[in-house]
Design a protein around this ligand. Structure first.
Ligand code: NAD
Length: 276
């Protein structure tokens, strides 16, 4: 199974579909990520805050898959913003992962109340120069936060990883990032199971028409929108299903019906007010 790759604004390539490991039990992560790599996943999205970087690292080490074939993302947690703390944080993440570099390092949340994200972004530029990460990006940044980074540093993030799914489609942010060449990664792509996305006629009818599952329909919607996506599952049969999305295509009409589910309501925290 070949997952298509997208080219980021720094010239590096990223598999458009991967596996997210938020809320994957630390004790299960090595086994589950190992299964994912064996079934063909080549992109893993973790974070210091998920407490499972070491399991991801062990799975990579024992997978037999060459390191350069696996795209690994991790993220700087909020309390580690600021130049010195950020440096310690990336070193700790690399040690836990057992890697000498990650493919992508992200500022996890802007935390505008701390007012440290510009300083942190400058540290991220240095990490890339030092080879600790090949690409740098942000997560949960709004157009206002991105605008400030661009204005004060001139360095455009390769990606912005944000909550994005049919019920919260982020049209304004997507317009801004398209204008600036920033790729979007959709977190909570299936809506985190927090409402009945799969039961909506737009999704259920498309699933029936293509003979696939509702989850596969929603993943296709992300892919056909040019978004990078890494649904999370701790069940190997669902991981396999989520990867098996390249044998069909949604029609323009099916895409439009799913687009119409956008309610503008988040299921997660608001980046402007989150204080965790
Ligand atoms: P998700 O939308 O991927 O939902 C995951 C849930 O969907 C699973 O727990 C399961 O209940 C269900 N599911 C998965 N596959 C299914 C299938 N085939 N059929 C039926 N149900 C299925 O939510 P998520 O895990 O929050 O998001 C994906 C990834 O995004 C995370 O693992 C993490 O890597 C990233 N993330 C990042 C942030 C951030 O702040 N940057 C926040 C949340 C998540």
């Amino acid at each position: 199974m070949t997952v298509p790759a997208l080219t980021l604004n720094d010239g590096r390539s990223i598999p458009q579909l991967g596996l997210g490991v938020f809320q994957m039990e630390p004790g299960d992560t090595e086994r589950l990520v190992g299964e994912a790599l064996a079934m063909g996943y080549r992109h893993i999205d973790t974070a210091a805050a998920y407490r499972n970087e070491d399991g991801v690292g062990r799975a990579i080490a024992s997978s037999g898959v060459p390191r350069e074939e696996i795209f690994v993302t991790t993220k700087l947690w909020n309390r580690d913003q600021g130049a010195d703390s950020a440096h310690r944080a990336i070193e700790t993440s690399l040690e836990k992962l057992g890697l000498d570099h990650v493919d992508l390092y992200l500022i996890h949340w802007p935390r505008p109340d701390l007012d440290l994200y510009v300083e942190t972004w400058r540290a991220m530029e240095a990490f890339r120069q030092e080879g600790l990460t090949l690409s740098i990006g942000v997560s949960n940044f709004t157009p206002a936060h991105l605008g400030r980074l661009l204005e004060e540093t001139g360095t455009v993030p390769a990606v912005d990883q944000v909550e994005l799914h049919p019920a919260f489609a982020q049209t304004e942010l997507r317009k801004f990032t398209a204008e600036h060449g920033i790729a979007i990664e959709s977190w909570g792509p299936l809506g985190q199971g927090k409402y009945d996305l799969f039961g909506t006629p737009a999704v259920a009818d498309a699933a029936a028409a293509h003979g696939v599952s509702p989850a596969q329909i929603v993943i296709r919607w992300h892919l056909q929108n040019g978004l990078i996506v890494f649904p999370k599952s701790s069940h190997p049969e669902r991981m396999r299903e989520n990867l098996d999305v390249f044998g069909f295509e949604l029609t323009g009409e099916q895409m439009a019906a799913i687009d119409a589910l956008d309610s503008g309501n988040r299921v997660g925290a608001d980046p402007d007010t989150a204080t965790f």
